[in-house]
Design a binder for this molecule. Structure first.
Ligand code: GLY
Length: 395
């Protein structure tokens, strides 16, 4: 059974993140503890990539607690994270007789969690959701903090453009079950990709809690890369605790603050404004020797985005080169890309960055490192700094 847990302290919306092998089995207890005897059903949104055995185990546990499960399989791609798929899930919820008292359970990676969480936020104006993340990336980041949503396809010159997470809602889960047995079903590339979000947390941790998560992450990496479960669970616990603290202090990513710099949660966007701008470029590959690996995974794009942000901060005189060098060293050890071949011209990427939701209109805001474990939101960054960042990641 799972050994670790982190409490996310949000007053009446507080919840526990269970971490470890067997954490899935905590789901029925969490539902009964939070919702009492009223729920009679549970609607499970199952990422078809998660081995069926875990879905069956979850459903058996739900049945054992008197919750009749309905399972909806989805194939999670950025294109399927859409209003159309959302409509399908909502229709199935309605058809299954799901009531306001009944929970949705998301079993899968970040796309599944965002989509199922948003369906739960919308259905009957909001039903409870339990997040059961299956990837490292979703365990340490996406499943915690209540962000839910789907992508939006908008008309654009010459076709359509996908705007990531453009429609959504904050909807905190009633619990998170990060069952680390599920990580065994991931391939090596996905595991490495997930570690990008752990590195992101380490890059902001000192400024949030005073913890030197950069050194801790470096120390634990060999064991995590070797697949040692306890080291992996510990890294997840540390990352979730950091994320939980950021969310506690700024639950809804406030836009205000001194000089329009926004609240603390924006720091979690480190690497994402650059990252989102390149993630959807179909021909980019993490390894030029393997073009068939295109497109980039989210964590790979974030890794490149963090390097660009670091070098951008260096050009702005906000940090010295040693920070970028330390970051590149860490990402190299993990096996994440720090350069990429075939990037479009700067102006095209800057235009994409400007329409990213995280940039808040123009490249209006950018999260930039200012020291070891410390970042800040920079308003109206200079174009020359951004170009320096892009130059640094061109392969
Ligand atoms: N993944 C960034 C956030 O939850 O705010």
């Amino acid at each position: 059974m799972n050994a670790r847990s982190v409490r996310v302290d949000l007053g009446e919306r507080s919840y526990t993140v269970h971490i470890g092998p067997g954490a899935l089995l905590s789901v029925p207890d969490e539902i009964r503890r939070s919702l009492g005897e009223r729920p009679t059903r549970a609607f499970v949104v199952h990422d078809a990539g998660v081995p069926q055995v875990y879905c069956d185990e979850l459903c058996a546990a739900l049945r054992g607690a008197g919750l009749d499960p309905t399972v909806r399989d989805i194939t999670p791609t950025e294109h399927a994270k859409s209003m159309d798929t959302l409509t399908g899930v909502l229709r199935d919820l309605g058809a299954s007789g799901h009531s306001r008292a009944d929970p949705v359970v998301a079993l899968g990676g970040g796309i599944t969690g965002d989509l199922a969480g948003f369906a739960a936020a919308c259905y009957q104006r909001g039903v409870p959701v339990v997040q059961c993340p299956s990837t490292l990336l979703s365990m340490v980041d996406a499943s915690v903090g209540g962000k839910t949503g789907v992508n939006l396809l908008v008309p654009a010159p010459g076709g359509e453009r996908l705007l990531k997470n453009m429609v959504g809602a904050f909807h905190q889960p009633l619990a998170v079950a990060a069952d680390t047995r599920l990580l065994d079903s991931l391939d090596d590339r996905q595991r490495r990709s997930g570690m990008a979000e752990c590195v992101k947390h380490a890059m902001i941790a000192y400024g949030v809690t005073g913890a030197d998560l950069l050194s801790e992450t470096r120390a634990v990496l060999p064991a995590v890369l070797a697949g040692e479960r306890d080291a992996t669970d510990r890294l997840i616990e540390r990352s979730v605790a950091l994320k939980g603290e950021v969310v506690r202090r700024d639950e809804r990513e406030s836009l205000g603050g001194a000089g329009g710099a926004g609240g603390m949660r924006m720091l979690l966007n480190l690497g994402h404004t650059f990252g989102h701008a390149i993630e959807t470029i179909p021909h980019l590959t993490p390894d030029p020797a393997f073009p068939e690996m295109a497109p980039l995974l989210h964590g790979e794009a974030v890794a490149l985005g963090m390097v660009a942000a670091c070098r951008c901060a260096e050009a702005a005189g906000k940090c010295d080169a040693s920070l970028g060098d330390e970051l590149v060293g860490l990402l190299d050890t993990i096996g994440l890309p720090t350069r990429v071949a075939g990037l479009p011209e700067d102006d095209e990427i800057i235009a994409r960055m400007g329409s990213d939701k995280k940039a808040a209109g123009g490249v209006g805001r950018l999260v930039l490192p200012v020291g070891r474990g410390r970042c800040e939101v920079t308003v109206s960054p200079d174009g020359s700094w951004i170009r320096a960042g892009l130059k640094a990641i061109r392969g």
